[in-house]
Write a protein that binds this ligand. Sequence first.
Ligand SMILES: [Zn+2]
Ligand SMILES: [Zn+2]
Length: 278
Amino acid sequence: MLLGAHVSIAGGLQNACGHAVKTNSNAIQIFTKNQVRWDFEELKEENIRIFKDCISKLKITPISHISYLINLGSADENIEQKSFSLFIEEIKRCHMLGINQLIFHPGSNKNLTEDKTIGKISSNLKKIIDLTCAYNDVSLVIETTAGQGSSIGYKLEHIGDMINIINSDRIKVCVDTCHIFAAGYDIRDKEGYISFTEIFDKLIGLNKLASFHLNDSMKELSSRVDRHAHIGEGFIGLETFKYIINDNRFKNIPKVVETPGGDEEHKRDIEIIRKLKM
Ligand SMILES: [Zn+2]
Ligand SMILES: [Zn+2]
């Protein structure tokens, strides 16, 4: 079972492994830079080496989440341009660190229809893929969203459309349980869970599913609000996590919690999920 937490890189990404040990993670998600800033420091050879060494020694599967500021659909041309450049930089950083999943939210545009926004984002992603063929070990992983504001990605149709337009093996998908629930997919009972995986397979293809974010939800079904809760303490409840963790189709897919708090809380959430394994 590849299970773990989103861990901090405060003080440098060479610290990620320490958090992996503390949280009992064999899969971790990290930001490769400060996630709320456009600027970044170049990765240092020494830190890359330490990171890669401990990752391989501890047999940890690392994935990365892109900076929060990035929006390839932005109505502001300046932000769109900055997003485009930073996206490429983030792919390069993943490549240097031996990380092969870069997870991102599709984006939003308050002035365009959803279809036009999907077209704009997809055309940017197509260009980014072409410009980063030297780093084709890194997949661009679209995360399902809760659909806050004018965000795209709260319907599996959106993601299916993007995949069809972009048409690249490097595009994959990450399912966030909190987000799909807030977006209106009721995965609380077995029937709902199975039906979700069937719709996903039909519109996207289960072969595109690359990772899970396992979060409970502080907000109700269809709230379209993104607030993560500890596992079993939100509106989703434990059953859903039991289905996912025991679904053999997803055995080798990394799953990380992005619940509130630090190492201690994450360790507890991970333990709760591990105990659901039958
Ligand atoms: Zn997430
Ligand atoms: Zn979220």
